[in-house]
Design a protein around this ligand. Structure first.
Ligand code: TXA
Ligand code: MG
Length: 355
Protein backbone atom coordinates (compact mmCIF):
# COMPACT_ATOMS: atom_id res chain seq x y z
CA UNK A 1 0.00 0.00 0.00
CA UNK A 2 1.19 3.52 -0.81
CA UNK A 3 1.04 5.71 2.27
CA UNK A 4 0.23 9.40 1.76
CA UNK A 5 2.57 11.44 3.97
CA UNK A 6 1.70 15.05 4.73
CA UNK A 7 3.48 17.57 6.94
CA UNK A 8 1.46 20.02 8.95
CA UNK A 9 1.98 22.48 11.75
CA UNK A 10 -0.40 22.72 14.70
CA UNK A 11 -0.47 26.49 14.26
CA UNK A 12 -1.12 26.31 10.50
CA UNK A 13 -3.61 23.55 9.75
CA UNK A 14 -4.04 22.49 6.12
CA UNK A 15 -7.83 22.16 5.87
CA UNK A 16 -7.67 20.44 2.51
CA UNK A 17 -5.41 17.68 3.84
CA UNK A 18 -7.59 17.34 6.95
CA UNK A 19 -10.61 16.81 4.67
CA UNK A 20 -8.72 14.15 2.74
CA UNK A 21 -7.72 12.41 5.99
CA UNK A 22 -11.28 12.62 7.36
CA UNK A 23 -12.61 11.07 4.16
CA UNK A 24 -10.16 8.16 4.58
CA UNK A 25 -11.40 7.65 8.17
CA UNK A 26 -15.07 7.77 7.12
CA UNK A 27 -14.48 5.22 4.38
CA UNK A 28 -12.86 2.75 6.77
CA UNK A 29 -9.15 3.54 6.26
CA UNK A 30 -6.28 4.26 8.67
CA UNK A 31 -4.66 7.65 9.37
CA UNK A 32 -1.84 8.31 11.85
CA UNK A 33 -1.97 11.74 13.50
CA UNK A 34 -0.22 13.69 16.27
CA UNK A 35 -1.74 14.24 19.71
CA UNK A 36 -0.20 16.05 22.68
CA UNK A 37 0.95 12.75 24.23
CA UNK A 38 2.16 10.47 21.41
CA UNK A 39 1.09 9.82 17.79
CA UNK A 40 -2.14 7.83 17.33
CA UNK A 41 -3.11 5.37 14.60
CA UNK A 42 -6.72 6.22 13.84
CA UNK A 43 -9.77 4.51 12.39
CA UNK A 44 -13.54 5.01 12.72
CA UNK A 45 -14.24 3.76 16.27
CA UNK A 46 -17.75 2.62 15.35
CA UNK A 47 -16.68 0.55 12.33
CA UNK A 48 -15.66 -2.97 13.41
CA UNK A 49 -13.84 -3.69 10.14
CA UNK A 50 -11.80 -0.48 10.38
CA UNK A 51 -10.87 -1.21 14.01
CA UNK A 52 -9.73 -4.67 13.02
CA UNK A 53 -7.37 -3.12 10.45
CA UNK A 54 -5.60 -1.25 13.26
CA UNK A 55 -4.65 -4.52 14.95
CA UNK A 56 -3.28 -5.88 11.68
CA UNK A 57 -1.22 -2.74 10.92
CA UNK A 58 0.34 -2.69 14.40
CA UNK A 59 0.70 -6.43 14.80
CA UNK A 60 -1.26 -5.93 18.04
CA UNK A 61 -3.00 -8.74 19.94
CA UNK A 62 -6.76 -8.35 19.40
CA UNK A 63 -7.58 -8.56 23.13
CA UNK A 64 -5.90 -5.18 23.67
CA UNK A 65 -8.63 -2.51 23.48
CA UNK A 66 -8.37 0.84 21.69
CA UNK A 67 -9.02 4.38 22.98
CA UNK A 68 -11.87 6.29 21.27
CA UNK A 69 -10.85 9.93 20.68
CA UNK A 70 -13.48 12.68 20.68
CA UNK A 71 -13.31 16.40 19.89
CA UNK A 72 -16.17 17.73 22.00
CA UNK A 73 -18.16 16.52 25.00
CA UNK A 74 -21.27 15.85 22.87
CA UNK A 75 -19.38 13.01 21.15
CA UNK A 76 -19.05 11.17 24.48
CA UNK A 77 -22.75 10.52 25.14
CA UNK A 78 -23.47 8.01 22.36
CA UNK A 79 -20.38 5.94 23.30
CA UNK A 80 -21.19 5.30 26.96
CA UNK A 81 -23.99 3.90 29.11
CA UNK A 82 -23.62 6.54 31.82
CA UNK A 83 -21.36 9.39 32.86
CA UNK A 84 -20.63 9.00 36.60
CA UNK A 85 -20.27 12.11 38.77
CA UNK A 86 -16.53 11.55 39.28
CA UNK A 87 -16.05 11.36 35.52
CA UNK A 88 -17.82 14.71 35.05
CA UNK A 89 -15.50 16.36 37.55
CA UNK A 90 -12.40 14.86 35.95
CA UNK A 91 -13.56 15.85 32.46
CA UNK A 92 -14.14 19.43 33.66
CA UNK A 93 -10.69 19.56 35.15
CA UNK A 94 -8.55 17.76 32.57
CA UNK A 95 -10.28 17.61 29.15
CA UNK A 96 -9.12 18.29 26.56
CA UNK A 97 -5.89 16.76 27.82
CA UNK A 98 -3.72 13.71 28.52
CA UNK A 99 -6.34 11.71 30.45
CA UNK A 100 -8.30 8.68 29.23
CA UNK A 101 -11.45 7.59 31.10
CA UNK A 102 -12.91 4.09 31.12
CA UNK A 103 -16.75 3.99 30.96
CA UNK A 104 -19.36 1.27 30.59
CA UNK A 105 -19.83 1.13 26.83
CA UNK A 106 -23.06 1.64 24.87
CA UNK A 107 -24.29 -0.89 22.31
CA UNK A 108 -23.07 1.44 19.57
CA UNK A 109 -19.40 0.70 20.26
CA UNK A 110 -18.35 -2.57 18.62
CA UNK A 111 -16.45 -5.19 20.62
CA UNK A 112 -13.73 -5.05 17.97
CA UNK A 113 -12.87 -1.59 19.29
CA UNK A 114 -12.93 -2.60 22.96
CA UNK A 115 -11.05 -5.88 22.63
CA UNK A 116 -14.19 -7.75 23.67
CA UNK A 117 -14.72 -5.73 26.88
CA UNK A 118 -18.01 -4.16 28.06
CA UNK A 119 -16.17 -0.93 28.80
CA UNK A 120 -14.79 1.73 26.48
CA UNK A 121 -11.78 4.03 26.87
CA UNK A 122 -12.38 7.64 25.77
CA UNK A 123 -10.00 10.60 25.44
CA UNK A 124 -10.44 14.20 24.28
CA UNK A 125 -6.93 15.14 23.07
CA UNK A 126 -5.58 18.66 23.45
CA UNK A 127 -4.03 18.98 20.00
CA UNK A 128 -5.35 21.14 17.15
CA UNK A 129 -4.57 18.63 14.38
CA UNK A 130 -6.18 15.73 16.25
CA UNK A 131 -9.24 17.85 17.03
CA UNK A 132 -9.58 19.10 13.45
CA UNK A 133 -9.39 15.56 12.10
CA UNK A 134 -11.96 14.14 14.53
CA UNK A 135 -14.35 17.07 13.93
CA UNK A 136 -14.07 16.83 10.15
CA UNK A 137 -14.49 13.03 10.23
CA UNK A 138 -17.63 13.50 12.33
CA UNK A 139 -17.02 10.20 14.13
CA UNK A 140 -14.99 9.26 17.18
CA UNK A 141 -11.60 7.91 16.19
CA UNK A 142 -10.21 4.73 17.74
CA UNK A 143 -6.46 5.18 18.09
CA UNK A 144 -3.73 3.27 19.84
CA UNK A 145 -0.21 4.64 19.76
CA UNK A 146 1.05 4.56 16.15
CA UNK A 147 4.01 2.23 16.73
CA UNK A 148 4.45 -1.39 15.74
CA UNK A 149 3.39 -3.50 18.71
CA UNK A 150 6.25 -3.81 21.23
CA UNK A 151 8.19 -0.75 19.97
CA UNK A 152 8.44 2.53 21.87
CA UNK A 153 5.48 4.86 21.23
CA UNK A 154 6.16 7.41 18.46
CA UNK A 155 6.83 10.99 19.54
CA UNK A 156 7.95 12.31 16.12
CA UNK A 157 6.51 11.98 12.60
CA UNK A 158 9.61 10.10 11.47
CA UNK A 159 9.02 7.40 14.11
CA UNK A 160 5.56 6.79 12.61
CA UNK A 161 7.02 6.72 9.10
CA UNK A 162 9.65 4.19 10.25
CA UNK A 163 6.96 1.87 11.65
CA UNK A 164 3.90 2.45 9.44
CA UNK A 165 4.99 3.52 5.94
CA UNK A 166 3.36 1.08 3.51
CA UNK A 167 0.98 -0.31 6.16
CA UNK A 168 -1.63 2.47 6.45
CA UNK A 169 -3.39 5.00 4.17
CA UNK A 170 -2.02 8.28 5.51
CA UNK A 171 0.42 9.77 8.01
CA UNK A 172 0.04 13.36 9.24
CA UNK A 173 3.49 14.47 10.38
CA UNK A 174 2.98 17.27 12.89
CA UNK A 175 6.55 17.32 14.22
CA UNK A 176 7.51 16.48 17.77
CA UNK A 177 4.70 15.94 20.30
CA UNK A 178 4.53 18.11 23.41
CA UNK A 179 4.57 15.46 26.14
CA UNK A 180 6.02 12.20 24.95
CA UNK A 181 4.28 9.75 27.31
CA UNK A 182 0.83 8.23 26.80
CA UNK A 183 -2.22 9.52 28.69
CA UNK A 184 -3.11 8.65 32.27
CA UNK A 185 -5.87 6.02 32.16
CA UNK A 186 -8.52 6.26 34.90
CA UNK A 187 -11.30 3.72 35.35
CA UNK A 188 -14.45 5.51 36.51
CA UNK A 189 -16.79 2.51 36.36
CA UNK A 190 -16.39 1.71 40.09
CA UNK A 191 -17.13 3.87 43.16
CA UNK A 192 -13.48 4.90 43.60
CA UNK A 193 -11.68 6.00 40.41
CA UNK A 194 -8.64 3.85 39.72
CA UNK A 195 -5.47 4.62 37.74
CA UNK A 196 -4.77 1.84 35.23
CA UNK A 197 -1.78 3.57 33.60
CA UNK A 198 0.19 6.48 35.12
CA UNK A 199 0.82 9.58 32.99
CA UNK A 200 1.15 13.36 33.09
CA UNK A 201 -2.04 13.74 35.12
CA UNK A 202 -0.75 12.40 38.42
CA UNK A 203 -2.56 10.70 41.29
CA UNK A 204 -2.20 13.89 43.35
CA UNK A 205 -3.84 15.96 40.58
CA UNK A 206 -6.74 13.50 40.29
CA UNK A 207 -7.20 13.40 44.06
CA UNK A 208 -7.51 17.16 44.22
CA UNK A 209 -10.57 16.89 42.00
CA UNK A 210 -12.33 13.70 43.18
CA UNK A 211 -10.89 12.81 46.57
CA UNK A 212 -9.82 9.22 46.91
CA UNK A 213 -8.15 7.59 43.89
CA UNK A 214 -6.76 4.04 43.69
CA UNK A 215 -3.98 2.66 41.54
CA UNK A 216 -4.08 -0.77 39.92
CA UNK A 217 -1.56 -2.73 42.06
CA UNK A 218 -0.61 -4.89 39.08
CA UNK A 219 1.07 -2.00 37.24
CA UNK A 220 3.58 -1.26 39.97
CA UNK A 221 5.35 -4.59 39.73
CA UNK A 222 6.59 -7.26 37.39
CA UNK A 223 3.73 -9.16 35.74
CA UNK A 224 3.06 -12.35 37.66
CA UNK A 225 0.51 -15.13 37.78
CA UNK A 226 -2.74 -14.14 39.46
CA UNK A 227 -2.24 -10.36 39.33
CA UNK A 228 -3.39 -9.17 35.92
CA UNK A 229 -3.35 -5.46 35.07
CA UNK A 230 -6.84 -4.09 34.43
CA UNK A 231 -5.69 -2.32 31.25
CA UNK A 232 -4.94 -5.34 29.06
CA UNK A 233 -2.15 -3.49 27.23
CA UNK A 234 -0.14 -3.05 30.43
CA UNK A 235 0.70 -6.75 30.56
CA UNK A 236 2.83 -6.66 27.45
CA UNK A 237 6.53 -5.87 27.37
CA UNK A 238 5.93 -2.54 25.71
CA UNK A 239 8.34 0.20 24.84
CA UNK A 240 11.10 -2.29 24.31
CA UNK A 241 14.40 -1.27 22.75
CA UNK A 242 16.32 -4.04 20.97
CA UNK A 243 19.20 -3.84 23.48
CA UNK A 244 19.45 -5.64 26.78
CA UNK A 245 18.53 -2.78 29.12
CA UNK A 246 19.29 -2.64 32.86
CA UNK A 247 18.43 0.14 35.30
CA UNK A 248 20.44 0.95 38.43
CA UNK A 249 18.87 2.69 41.41
CA UNK A 250 20.54 4.28 44.42
CA UNK A 251 23.16 6.88 45.31
CA UNK A 252 24.14 8.76 42.13
CA UNK A 253 27.89 8.18 42.52
CA UNK A 254 27.49 4.48 43.22
CA UNK A 255 25.13 4.18 40.27
CA UNK A 256 27.52 5.95 37.90
CA UNK A 257 30.45 3.82 39.09
CA UNK A 258 28.50 0.60 38.50
CA UNK A 259 27.18 1.72 35.12
CA UNK A 260 30.68 2.74 33.99
CA UNK A 261 32.11 -0.59 35.10
CA UNK A 262 29.47 -2.65 33.26
CA UNK A 263 29.45 -0.44 30.16
CA UNK A 264 33.24 -0.42 29.79
CA UNK A 265 33.39 -4.22 30.24
CA UNK A 266 30.84 -4.77 27.46
CA UNK A 267 32.47 -2.18 25.21
CA UNK A 268 35.84 -3.93 25.60
CA UNK A 269 34.19 -7.17 24.50
CA UNK A 270 33.24 -5.31 21.30
CA UNK A 271 29.56 -4.62 22.01
CA UNK A 272 27.84 -1.37 21.18
CA UNK A 273 26.75 0.19 24.47
CA UNK A 274 24.44 3.00 25.56
CA UNK A 275 24.17 4.88 28.84
CA UNK A 276 21.03 6.77 29.91
CA UNK A 277 21.51 9.58 32.41
CA UNK A 278 20.34 13.13 33.17
CA UNK A 279 21.94 16.49 32.25
CA UNK A 280 23.00 17.06 35.84
CA UNK A 281 24.91 13.73 35.90
CA UNK A 282 26.70 13.92 32.53
CA UNK A 283 29.89 15.05 34.25
CA UNK A 284 30.01 11.75 36.19
CA UNK A 285 30.66 9.97 32.89
CA UNK A 286 32.75 12.52 31.01
CA UNK A 287 36.14 11.19 29.91
CA UNK A 288 35.52 7.81 31.57
CA UNK A 289 33.87 5.86 28.78
CA UNK A 290 35.24 3.63 26.04
CA UNK A 291 34.69 4.92 22.48
CA UNK A 292 31.99 2.28 21.78
CA UNK A 293 29.79 3.87 24.41
CA UNK A 294 27.17 6.50 23.67
CA UNK A 295 26.02 8.52 26.70
CA UNK A 296 22.65 10.29 26.36
CA UNK A 297 20.96 12.60 28.88
CA UNK A 298 17.17 12.21 28.76
CA UNK A 299 16.61 15.67 30.25
CA UNK A 300 16.99 17.72 33.45
CA UNK A 301 16.20 16.24 36.84
CA UNK A 302 14.95 19.70 37.79
CA UNK A 303 12.38 19.53 34.96
CA UNK A 304 11.16 15.92 34.81
CA UNK A 305 8.81 16.76 31.91
CA UNK A 306 11.94 17.06 29.73
CA UNK A 307 12.86 13.49 30.71
CA UNK A 308 9.35 12.26 29.82
CA UNK A 309 9.50 14.11 26.53
CA UNK A 310 12.69 12.41 25.29
CA UNK A 311 12.33 8.93 26.76
CA UNK A 312 10.82 7.07 23.80
CA UNK A 313 12.86 9.08 21.30
CA UNK A 314 16.10 8.04 23.01
CA UNK A 315 15.10 4.37 23.14
CA UNK A 316 14.46 4.51 19.38
CA UNK A 317 17.76 6.35 18.89
CA UNK A 318 19.63 3.50 20.59
CA UNK A 319 17.87 1.00 18.30
CA UNK A 320 19.04 2.99 15.27
CA UNK A 321 22.62 3.05 16.57
CA UNK A 322 22.45 -0.71 17.04
CA UNK A 323 23.01 -0.59 20.81
CA UNK A 324 23.29 -4.10 22.26
CA UNK A 325 23.43 -3.15 25.94
CA UNK A 326 21.92 -0.12 27.65
CA UNK A 327 22.63 0.88 31.25
CA UNK A 328 20.40 3.53 32.76
CA UNK A 329 19.91 5.51 35.93
CA UNK A 330 16.61 5.22 37.79
CA UNK A 331 14.72 8.51 38.25
CA UNK A 332 12.54 9.80 41.07
CA UNK A 333 9.09 8.18 41.21
CA UNK A 334 7.38 11.30 42.54
CA UNK A 335 4.50 12.83 40.57
CA UNK A 336 5.16 12.45 36.84
CA UNK A 337 8.17 10.32 37.83
CA UNK A 338 5.76 7.45 38.40
CA UNK A 339 4.87 7.43 34.70
CA UNK A 340 8.52 7.84 33.67
CA UNK A 341 9.66 4.90 35.80
CA UNK A 342 6.64 2.79 34.74
CA UNK A 343 7.69 3.11 31.07
CA UNK A 344 11.43 2.77 31.74
CA UNK A 345 10.97 -0.31 33.92
CA UNK A 346 8.87 -1.99 31.25
CA UNK A 347 11.40 -1.05 28.56
CA UNK A 348 14.04 -2.74 30.70
CA UNK A 349 11.92 -5.88 31.04
CA UNK A 350 11.89 -5.20 34.83
CA UNK A 351 15.69 -5.51 35.13
CA UNK A 352 16.29 -3.08 38.00
CA UNK A 353 19.20 -3.39 40.42
CA UNK A 354 19.25 -1.54 43.74
CA UNK A 355 22.70 -0.41 44.84
O1 TXA B 1 -1.97 9.07 25.01
C1 TXA B 1 -2.56 8.07 24.63
O2 TXA B 1 -3.39 7.48 25.36
C2 TXA B 1 -2.29 7.57 23.21
C3 TXA B 1 -2.75 8.62 22.22
C4 TXA B 1 -2.68 8.17 20.80
O3 TXA B 1 -4.06 9.03 22.57
N1 TXA B 1 -2.91 6.31 22.96
C5 TXA B 1 -2.46 5.14 23.52
O4 TXA B 1 -3.15 4.01 23.10
O5 TXA B 1 -1.55 5.08 24.29
P1 TXA B 1 -2.62 2.54 23.33
O6 TXA B 1 -3.54 1.67 22.56
O7 TXA B 1 -1.19 2.43 23.01
O8 TXA B 1 -2.88 2.27 24.84
C6 TXA B 1 -4.20 2.12 25.32
C7 TXA B 1 -4.21 1.43 26.63
C8 TXA B 1 -3.88 -0.03 26.55
O9 TXA B 1 -3.05 -0.40 27.63
C9 TXA B 1 -5.25 -0.68 26.67
O10 TXA B 1 -5.17 -1.97 27.20
C10 TXA B 1 -5.97 0.28 27.59
O11 TXA B 1 -5.54 1.53 27.15
N2 TXA B 1 -7.44 0.23 27.43
C11 TXA B 1 -8.16 0.58 26.35
N3 TXA B 1 -9.47 0.34 26.56
C12 TXA B 1 -9.59 -0.17 27.79
C13 TXA B 1 -10.69 -0.65 28.59
N4 TXA B 1 -11.92 -0.62 28.13
N5 TXA B 1 -10.42 -1.10 29.83
C14 TXA B 1 -9.14 -1.11 30.31
N6 TXA B 1 -8.06 -0.70 29.60
C15 TXA B 1 -8.28 -0.24 28.36
MG1 MG C 1 0.68 1.80 22.85
Amino acid sequence: MDTIIVKMNESDIDEEKICQAAEIIRSGGLVAFPTETVYGLGANALDPVASTKIYAAKGRPSDNPLIAHIADLEMLKPLVEEIPEAARKLMDAFWPGPMTLIFKKSDLVPKETTGGLDTVAVRYPNHKIAQALIREAGVSIAAPSANLSGKPSPTMGEHVIDDMDGRIDMIIDGGMVGMGLESTIVDVTAETPMILRPGFITKEMLQEVVGQVGIDPAILQKPQEGLKPKAPGMKYRHYAPKADFTIYRGNKNKVATEILKRANEKAKEGFSVGIITAEEHLKLYEGKTDENICVIALGDLAHPETIANHLFQVLREFDKRGAEFIYGEAFSEDHIGQAIMNRLTKAAGYQITDL
